[in-house]
Design a protein around this ligand. Sequence first.
Ligand SMILES: [Zn+2]
Ligand SMILES: [Zn+2]
Length: 414
Amino acid sequence: MDLIEVAIKVVREGPICDSCLGRQFAKLSTGLTNKERGMAVKTVLSMMSVQNIENLKIPDKEKCWICNGLFDKLEYWANKAVEEIKDHDYETFLVGTNVTGLLSENEEIIWTESQTQWAEPAKSELNREVGKLISQKTLKEVDFSRPDLVLILDLEDDLVKIKSNSLFIYGRYRKLIRGIPQTRLFCKECGGSGCEVCEGTGKRYKESVEELLIWAALDRFRGSNASLHGAGREDIDALMLGNGRPFVLEIKDPILRNVDLASLKNEINEENFGKLEVLGLKYVNKSTVKTIKTIKADKVYRVKISLDKNVEREKLEGALINLKGVIKQKTPNRVIKRRADLIRVRKVHDTELKSLEGDTAVIEIDCEGGLYIKELMTGDDGRTNPNLSDLLDTNVKVNELDVTNVQIDEGHII
Ligand SMILES: [Zn+2]
Ligand SMILES: [Zn+2]
């Protein structure tokens, strides 16, 4: 079957526009639009009909039976899309189409009847041609991999839907008071629907680092929602000090994308004064979420402990020296329901006695991420070895546990 035979079959099916005709030969030449291909094919067929080819009527002004005039309305769709996104900040976009059932059916009919091997779907042409027009009108670029905006032409309902891809901000937070979880936790009683126990909030705690962080950001970016991705998490009752814990804030469906982060930082810090502080905000790629979720960061902890009996300073210092090196830690009793029961090997890099008064001591521990510090102190019924309790031969109780440093190489953050 050659091109002319296919073309004759196509035009015999009914009146067809240049785009729909040309699209049946889309894979045959590059550098042309389907409309141009269609015009060329029509020209050739007109010249051939002069040579008495039977029943060959070249469609001209009648409405195209395949697209019902859709390809004459590209400008209409482009204008509609541009109007819809006029309030949005964006650098890149991508056009998609929800076609009508009739258009897909008509396409299948013409492919079967003409036996063309070279067609592309109407949807692809529409996305591309409307994309070109929007690009001309807005001077923004089409991006196939991760556009800021996805514009869906909904042919059935005659409207353009917008999906604004999430925006990501990297930073570090310092948590200056105890009793706040990192993210929102649902009420245990009602599971989030609201009850007497949670006073109708659905939450186990009144606030979280996540909530304290996001409200100002949501307001400025005009997003629909936001979530916090932390590089690990501290206990609810632990402070997060030093230069803070790395996080990525994801803003969903943002309308604005060029917010001044220094001013956002100031607003968050003023509003949460004495409670929470953020540092070093910067715009990053989506991939940074994965980077900070999987990064192995060394940590420094400050632990306040009390001992069952008074211990000599030298003895405590000696025990802390012996705590350095390799620790074998079986999954702690308090988390065994949620984690596999195995032995993890972690290193303690350094320990230091900060103060000792009577039976109360403050120590600092510099170690690999993933070591449970409470159990390193108490021994957890012999599940962590070595441990401070065994080394001192007395019971150890952890009163406060704070994170004073999370060491990561920010070179990986882009
Ligand atoms: Zn058409
Ligand atoms: Zn509740």
